[in-house]
Ligand binder design. Structure first.
Ligand SMILES: Cc1ncc(COP(=O)(O)O)c(C=O)c1O
Length: 431
């Protein structure tokens, strides 16, 4: 090439959840059956879409304007009006349809949020975190994403005194990110702690981002508070979408709700995100067309309730099956559909050295391990687990920017016996 084509920050882009699939594909060719526990896609994992939802989507597909045309840049007014009304009723807010901006999934929203943020300023986010946030925040600035630690020994909650200390120490921190319910943690930030985030943001004149894509998949009896309900006057973006709760990840439909945009700098930043969307024209039309009919249908709440019960049951089953396993530690999931597992200190004193299931897989494993740092404990664990058993889980360190080593699996397996078998196999692998 005449010039170097590679963006100077290209190295920051990481998405191990899918990256690990390359190794899984090679193992599959070597005769290892793969149990896919890496991706949070309920549909791919076999969850059936109710026929009434399919019918609404199929009907919309018969109408040219509703499905095949561009939509307004911000999104269809009918969808934004529906969402604003629903949010104002639930969170006691005063969101207007104009405060909502649709994207092609939250992945697209997150990319725009960091791309159009002044490259010099930082958003302090959780560790561990959904990697699109941590990668793209790092890429926008060109250095390591600043994080506050979530403590697996305290329900994956942060130490708010630490958050405050970090904000006070770094003038460049202009925003705070919460992912609630958490991915990969599947735990919930209680209302009191959200209020502490708001207090810090108000005191230091920061803006807030709350990724609440799993908000309607909470099964903890204490419930869930949206940051929108407690943000007071602090400039806030709440991220929601259809991917996880319909579930319809293939729709690529998510949206940002902007609260408290009076601050002129925040307003200008918000405007730049809207203008960036305008250069893209608009987001996918069909999911927006059907959104009010789907989310407003009287069967929708029952549908969500059934799913919440299923994940809660899976979470209980997982905790019971892993009970007594000296090597692994778990935190009871409270929402979403993940189980993050960390290792006991004793277990990590010994390097994992397990043989692959056959000689070809062993060769692949040896080559993969040779390219990994010796102290990348959880990634080495996950690759060995996969080569030995076919179970594909995601290391917390490289998959979720986590300082605590471990792995994330899902609670999505529809078959009871298959789920039990997966956990039993993991337990035996660690024995
Ligand atoms: C916390 C979180 N935010 C955003 C997304 C992206 O969702 P979307 O399918 O809307 O791009 C995910 C996907 O797993 C997620 O877990």
């Amino acid at each position: 090439m005449r010039r170097n084509l590679v963006h100077p920050r290209a190295g920051e882009l990481k998405y191990e959840i899918r990256g690990i699939v390359d190794f899984a594909d090679q193992l599959e060719k070597a005769g290892i059956g793969i149990t896919w526990e890496n991706i949070g896609d309920p549909v791919a994992k076999g969850e059936e879409i109710p026929s009434w939802i399919r019918d609404i989507v199929a009907d919309a597909a018969k109408h040219d304007l509703a499905s095949y045309a561009y939509s307004p840049t911000k999104g269809l007014l009918s969808a934004r009006t529906f969402l604003a009304g629903q949010r104002n009723r639930q969170a006691n807010t005063t969101l207007s349809p104009d405060d909502i901006l649709f994207f092609n999934g939250l992945g697209d929203a997150i990319a725009n949020i960091y791309q159009w943020l002044n490259p010099a300023v930082r958003v302090l986010g959780p560790d561990p975190a959904y990697p699109t946030h941590s990668s793209l925040e790092a890429a926008h600035n060109g250095s390591v994403h600043p994080v506050y630690k979530l403590n697996p020994d305290n329900n994956w909650l942060p130490d708010m005194a630490e958050v405050r200390k970090q904000v006070a120490a770094d003038q460049n921190i202009a925003g705070l990110l919460v992912i609630n319910p958490g991915n990969p943690t599947s735990t919930i930030i209680p209302q009191g702690m959200l209020e502490e985030f708001v207090t810090i943001a108000r005191e230091y004149q920061l803006f807030l981002i709350a990724d609440e894509v799993y908000a309607n998949l909470v099964y903890d009896p204490r419930g869930f508070t949206s940051l929108a309900a407690v943000a007071g006057g602090v400039p806030t973006m709440v991220l929601r979408g259809l991917s996880k709760e319909v579930p319809w990840p293939g729709a690529r439909c998510g949206w940002v709700e902007f609260y408290n945009s009076a601050d002129p700098i925040f307003a200008r930043y918000r405007q730049s995100i809207e203008e960036a969307k305008m250069t893209e024209v608009c987001s996918t039309t069909l999911p927006q067309t059907v959104l009010p009919a789907l989310l407003g249908d009287k069967r929708y709440e029952k549908h969500l309730q059934k799913r919440r019960e299923r994940y809660a049951a899976r979470a209980n089953q997982a905790l019971k099956l892993l009970d007594g396993c000296e090597a692994l530690r778990t935190v009871p999931p409270q929402g979403a559909f993940y189980l993050s597992v960390t290792f006991s200190e004793d277990f990590m004193k010994q390097p994992v050295a397990r043989p692959a299931a056959n000689p070809v897989a062993q060769k692949l494993l040896d080559a993969a391990l040779a390219s990994m740092p010796a102290d990348n404990y959880d990634k080495r664990f996950c690759y060995q687990l996969m080569a030995a058993t076919g179970i594909c889980v995601v290391p917390l360190s490289t998959g979720f920017n986590s300082s605590a080593p471990g792995f994330r699996m899902t609670l999505l397996e529809p078959d009871d016996a298959a789920f039990a078998r997966t956990l039993q196999t993991i337990k035996e692998f660690c024995a």
